[in-house]
Design a protein around this ligand. Structure first.
Ligand code: HEM
Length: 263
C-alpha cells in the first residue's frame, strides 16, 4: 500500500482541527518531576532502611557509615517532598483552572459519569470511545486526590518516627501520630505499606498516561514536559474545559491557548 492510500494518512480536508492549549503551568510541571524524583529516592533509600543488605555487617566499621548517609538522604528528601507537596496545594488555589483544587474532589454527578466512562475504556475495555478531558480526566483527578491523602499520611508518619531522633521543632509537630497508630512499630508498618502503594501507583500511572496518549492523541505525555495539549475546539466548551468552567481564573489560561500557526 502506498503512503497516500494508507488510512493513517488522512487527506487535509478530513484532518481534525486541533487547538493548542496551555494546560500544565511550569510550577505544576516542576512539582510533578520533583515529586517523582523524591518518590524514587525515598523508595530506594526506604527499602534499604527496611531491609539493610547483609554486607553491612561484614564491612570494616570505618567504611560502614553508608547506612547513616542513606538515612540522611531519606530524611533530607522527605523535607523536599513535603515542601514540594505543600507548594502544589498552594498552587491549587492560585494556578489555572486545570490545577484548581476543586477538580480533585468528585462533587458533581458529571464527574462520576466521566469516571465511569474512563473505567469502561481503561479497565473493562468495553468501548474504545476516547475520553474528552482537557485537564486530567475525572477518575485521574480523584485518584490523585487519594494519592495526596497517602502523601499526607506518609509525611505525618515519617516525621513522627523521625521526631524521636531529631531535636528540630518541625518533626516534633507530628509526635502525636505515634500513640494514635499504636506505637513506633505499628506506625513503621503503615509507613512501609504506604511505600508499596506508591510503587503500585507509579507502575499503573505510567502505563495509563502512555495508554491515554496513544488512545486519545492529545499529547498527554508531552504535556507534563512542555505544558501543552492538543484538543478539538468542542472539547473546550462546558465540562471538557475543566470541572469548574466558570472559575474566575479561566481567562489567564485562555490567553495562552491561542492557536499558533506553524512557521
Ligand atoms: C516516569 C514516571 C512518570 C511519568 C512518565 C509520568 C507522567 C505523567 C503525566 C503525563 C501526567 C499528566 C497526565 C494528564 O495530563 O492527565 C502526570 C500527572 C501526575 N503524576 Fe505522573 N508520571 C510519572 C511518575 C509519577 C510519580 C512517581 C508520581 C507519584 C508517586 C506521579 C504523580 C502524578 C500526579 C500527582 C499527577 C497530577 C499532577 C497534578 O495535577 O498536580 N507521577 N504524570
Amino acid at each position: 500500500m502506498t503512503p497516500e492510500a494508507s488510512p493513517a494518512v488522512q487527506p487535509a480536508a478530513a484532518a481534525p482541527v486541533f487547538r493548542r492549549v496551555y494546560v500544565w503551568e511550569l510550577p505544576v510541571r516542576i512539582y510533578h518531576w520533583l515529586n517523582a524524583l523524591c518518590v524514587l529516592v525515598l523508595t530506594v533509600t526506604g527499602i534499604l532502611i527496611a531491609h539493610p543488605p547483609a554486607f553491612a555487617s561484614v564491612t570494616e566499621a570505618s567504611f560502614s557509615y553508608w547506612f547513616g548517609i542513606n538515612r540522611f538522604i531519606h530524611f533530607a528528601t522527605a523535607y523536599v517532598f513535603f515542601f514540594n507537596f505543600a507548594f502544589r496545594i498552594y498552587w491549587g488555589f492560585v494556578g489555572n483552572q486545570f490545577s484548581d483544587w476543586r477538580n480533585f474532589l468528585p462533587l458533581r454527578s458529571a464527574q462520576f459519569r466521566q469516571a465511569g466512562a474512563v473505567l469502561r475504556v481503561d479497565v473493562l475495555q468495553a468501548t474504545n470511545r476516547p475520553i474528552d478531558a482537557v485537564g486530567h480526566n475525572s477518575l485521574a483527578y480523584f485518584t490523585y486526590f487519594l494519592m495526596f491523602l497517602v502523601f499526607l499520611f506518609q509525611v505525618i508518619s515519617g516525621f513522627a518516627m523521625y521526631a524521636s531522633m531529631s531535636k528540630s521543632w518541625f518533626p516534633q509537630l507530628f509526635v502525636w501520630a505515634v500513640p494514635l497508630f499504636g506505637g513506633d512499630f505499628a506506625l513503621r508498618q503503615w509507613h512501609y505499606m504506604a511505600m508499596w502503594f506508591f510503587i503500585v501507583f507509579t507502575i499503573v500511572h505510567v502505563y495509563l498516561v502512555f495508554y491515554h496518549d496513544y488512545v486519545e492523541g492529545h499529547g498527554v505525555m508531552s504535556s507534563m514536559v512542555g505544558g501543552w495539549k492538543f484538543v478539538r475546539p468542542d472539547m473546550l466548551k462546558g465540562n471538557g474545559r475543566s470541572w469548574f468552567p466558570l472559575s474566575p481564573r479561566s481567562p489567564r489560561s485562555e490567553q495562552k491557548s491561542a492557536p499558533r500557526r506553524p512557521s
